[in-house]
Design a binder for this molecule. Sequence first.
Ligand SMILES: NCc1[nH]cc(CCC(=O)O)c1CC(=O)O
Length: 309
Amino acid sequence: MAQKITIATRESPLALWQAEYVRDALESAHDGLQVELLGMTSRGDQLLDVPLSKVGGKGLFVKELETALLDGSADIAVHSMKDVPMAFPDGLGLAVICEREEPADAFVSNHYDSIEALPAGSVVGTSSLRRECQLRELRPDVTVRFLRGNVNTRLRKLDDGEYDAIILACAGLLRLEMGDRIRNRIPVAQSLPSGGQGAVGIEIRTDDHATRAMLEVLHHPATAECVTAERAVNRRLQGGCEVPIAAYAVHESSDSLWLRALVGSPDGTLVLRAEARGSTRDADALGEGVADDLLAQGAADILAAVYGR
Ligand SMILES: NCc1[nH]cc(CCC(=O)O)c1CC(=O)O
């Protein structure tokens, strides 16, 4: 049995928190196991002056880590599931999904308590088309301004006065012990989260059975069921962050899920919604059904306009 595991991780404070969480859980579950972090910078961390929707989207945060897995310099890669594309390179795959932190988006402001309380003309920072779409549907009278960078950078820009408010994931703030910055947990009906938001996933080489067995202690089946349904929506739509897409599942009982999803235009003038309930055992089919409903409502046209298909 391997007595040492190397974790490939990005170097943002949140990515390091997540990698350290995995390291600590593995070391306490397996006596004598040594776990090391291999920090690396992804293209998503370098290209900070352009929206993700313009530079090729999701894979940007995971590609360098996957290269480290494939060349053997690391054994596992720890990701925010929100940033993990649907398809994996040959020889790599997801081993486990860890317990979800709060999935909602956070309204963060030094002046106002909620989206509703913003004066007309306020400037709100986000570069997520999903957040922009839903915010503008609710408040067509506010201005959305570009905001990227890691969580700490975004908060600093807010504090510098560049924005009246910003929208972040609650999960990142809570993990970094900055929950006091959350002025308001935006109800999911107002800002439906991204598929996988708040969940951490671990990618490995698919033939590395010894490592997979050691990761099992971190697997959280209930989270994995929800994230599976959410990711099935994105997979069926074949959409990344170039289009406003949200997908969010919760358990209604131990064996049934309620999945909601939406596709929209960035300016929030067109927002298509679909939802369905289904068995946890068939989370993929649940997600595909909701995606098909969206496609039938006209999501196909939105996607075709963006991706030229
Ligand atoms: N795209 C960046 C990213 N990836 C995961 C999180 C937050 C933590 C999570 O969703 O697990 C964030 C920042 C944010 O959206 O505020």
